[in-house]
Write a protein that binds this ligand. Sequence first.
Ligand code: ADP
Ligand code: MG
Length: 335
Amino acid sequence: MKRIISYLLLVLLVAFAFWRIYRPVRLWEAVRPMMDTVVTVKLCAKDSSTAQNLLRGAFEEMERIDRMMDSYSSTSEVAVIDSMAGKGWVSITPDMERVLKRSQYFSELSGGAFDITVGPVKELWRFDSPNPTIPLPGQLVPALTLVGYQNIQLEAGRVRLLEPKMKLDLGGAAKGYAVDCAVEFLKKRGAKSGLVDAGGDVRLWGKKPYGGEWQVAIRHPREREKLIRVGKIGLSAVATSGDYERFFIKNGKRYHHILDPHTGYPARGCVSATVWTRTATDADILATAVFVLGPEKGMELVERLDDVEALIFFEKDGRLEYVASQGMKDKLSGL
Ligand code: ADP
Ligand code: MG
């Protein structure tokens, strides 16, 4: 009898060990409102406690970045940098250094279409308040003199805003960077596959459970229930900038939150710009840059860069049209 019991125990133990090793990977998901949008994290893991810890950690990572880069908070790192505008150098974290470097790089590439010093102009429009307004020229002109990425001096571990009253606005890059940080965190903790989506700023890695590809569809900019599907292009991050995210309509005209840093008014060339590339930070920045440049110059920039693809919607003679980069043309369906 004793023998049979030990035998049974052994069988159970072996079965348990097998199950631990070979149990299937499952898909886990969490959704939270964050960074003025809805953030979804999906990942593959074998057991619930590992998955829940990873999901919590990914959100904490994004919250950390959001707190650091939020222009509206007086305690953020951005606020500290702004408070020293025209006064001197400020020590910055490695995260801030990375975002500022990437922003400056794309400001130069886009001839200033992307410019994180739009802060003083953005403030005048009050897009995030219940009653946004069109600024008066008398307000816009002085605010525009404070816009200019050339007036950001960046060195290893520190930054300096050259003009007093300059203000940084990382709204066009921080969400993408937060997504990248969440993905890096999850990869480092051993998640073999997953997806982080911050309201359309998406990055994915690995394959879905049972080997399928992650699919990211793009919403049509005017028919929001319509989805545009994209075939395999081998780029793991995508972001969209659109005139429909934050806007108001006055006298039949749409005013939205993506500003042309040269005029201080909403950029008029595009309805939406979707950019695929390797990191969510670059995708986020490039989507804004391309949107401001407009379909022609925007697509020119995209075609000049390696590992970058784009889909741009724009209005022509009252009709909605689109243009896709070379690598995308035969990959789109549902248009
Ligand atoms: P969303 O925040 O809807 O994803 P974007 O990524 O295009 O859209 O970011 C828009 C935000 O970027 C604006 O709310 C503003 O904070 C900032 N911004 C607006 N215009 C510019 C610009 N020309 N260059 C850099 N940042 C900009
Ligand atoms: Mg952007």
